[in-house]
Design a protein around this ligand. Structure first.
Ligand code: ATP
Ligand code: MG
Length: 263
C-alpha cells in the first residue's frame, strides 16, 4: 500500500456545544477518488473547511503526503497544491472565463515572479505559459468557446465546470469537490462524470462530497460516511451501500435497493 496522500486523524471541531466534526479519521490513497457522504448537516463541508484551512480544528491532525498542514493558513495549503471547489459557487462574476481560470494559478505565477528577479524575462515567460495553460484547461473542461465570456453569464453547469478548471490550474495534489453535481441537469451530470473519470485516469487524487448516489457509487474507489459529525461507515461502494447503518442514517431502503440494481 502506498503512503496516503491525505490523512485525517481524530479531527474535531466544535461550534458552541455542537461537534460538527467529531473525532473523524480516514485516509485517501494517491490516485483514488474518495467519497464523503452523509445527510444534510453531517459535517461534510465543515470537514472540507478544516482541510482547506477556512475553519480551525479544536483537535486532531491533517497530513498531506505525510506533512502536517493543519497549522498552515489556507494560502499556505494552496501553495502545497491543495485545491477545492465550493458547494455554492464562489467566483468573480465580472471576470472572463479565461481570467477566472488564471486566478487559480496565482501562487504558481508568484513563483514565476520570483524567478524573474533572478533572470530577466522570467515573468513574461511565466505569464505567456499561464495563458496557454488556462486555454488548455478550458478546453479540457469543454469551455474553450466560453473563454472570453463573462463568468457570471455562463449557464450554471458551465460555471461549475469553470470552477473545476480554476481548481485544476493549481495543479493540485489533492482536489476537494463539494457537491459538483448539485443543481445540474442529467446531461450536465453525465458530462461532469466523464470529466471526473478523465481526471481519475490521469491519476488525480480527489475527495468528493456529493448527494447523487449513482454518481458517487460509480466514481469512487472508497467512501467514508458521516452522520452528526461522526464517521459511521467506510469501505468500497458495494460495502457502504449495504451497510445497515448507512441505509438507516442516509440512503433509506429504496435508494439502497436501486443502487444494487445493474445500471
Ligand atoms: N461556522 C459555523 N458555525 C456554527 N455552526 C456551523 C458552522 N458551520 C457549520 N455549522 C453546523 O455544523 C453542522 C455541519 O454542517 P455542514 O455544512 O458541514 O454539513 P454538510 O454535511 O455539508 O451538509 P449539506 O449536505 O447540507 O451540505 C451543521 O449543524 C451546521 O449548522
Ligand atoms: Mg455541505
Amino acid at each position: 500500500m502506498s503512503a496516503p496522500r491525505l490523512e485525517i486523524e481524530a479531527l474535531t471541531v466544535r461550534f458552541g456545544g455542537l461537534a460538527a466534526v467529531d473525532d473523524v479519521s480516514f485516509s485517501v490513497a494517491p490516485g483514488t477518488v474518495h467519497g464523503l457522504i452523509g445527510p444534510n448537516g453531517a459535517g461534510k463541508t465543515t470537514l472540507f473547511n478544516l482541510i482547506s484551512g477556512l475553519v480551525a480544528p479544536s483537535g486532531g491532525a491533517i497530513r498531506l503526503d505525510g506533512q502536517r498542514i493543519d497549522d498552515l493558513p489556507s494560502w499556505g495549503r494552496a501553495r502545497s497544491r491543495l485545491a477545492r471547489t465550493f458547494q455554492n459557487i464562489r467566483m468573480f462574476q465580472d471576470m472572463s472565463a479565461l481570467e477566472t481560470v488564471m486566478t487559480g494559478m496565482h501562487t504558481r505565477l508568484g513563483e514565476g515572479l520570483a524567478a524573474s528577479l533572478l533572470r530577466m524575462g522570467g515573468f513574461r515567460k511565466a505569464e505567456t505559459g499561464a495563458v496557454a495553460r488556462a486555454w488548455e484547461l478550458l478546453a479540457f473542461v469543454g469551455l474553450a468557446d466560453a473563454a472570453r465570456r463573462r463568468s457570471g453569464d455562463l449557464p450554471y453547469g458551465d460555471q461549475r465546470r469553470l470552477e473545476i478548471a480554476r481548481a485544476l490550474a493549481l495543479e493540485p495534489r489533492l482536489l476537494l469537490l463539494d457537491e459538483p453535481a448539485a443543481g445540474m441537469n442529467p446531461s450536465e451530470t453525465l458530462a461532469l462524470e466523464d470529466l471526473l473519470e478523465k481526471l481519475k485516469a490521469q491519476g488525480l487524487t480527489i475527495l468528493l462530497v456529493e448527494h447523487d448516489m449513482h454518481f458517487v457509487m460509480r466514481l469512487c474507489d472508497r467512501i467514508t460516511v458521516l452522520n452528526f459529525g461522526r464517521r459511521i461507515a467506510q469501505g468500497a461502494p458495494h460495502e457502504v451501500r449495504a451497510d445497515p447503518r448507512v441505509v438507516e442514517a442516509y440512503l433509506g431502503a429504496r435508494v439502497a435497493r436501486s443502487l444494487e440494481a445493474p445500471q
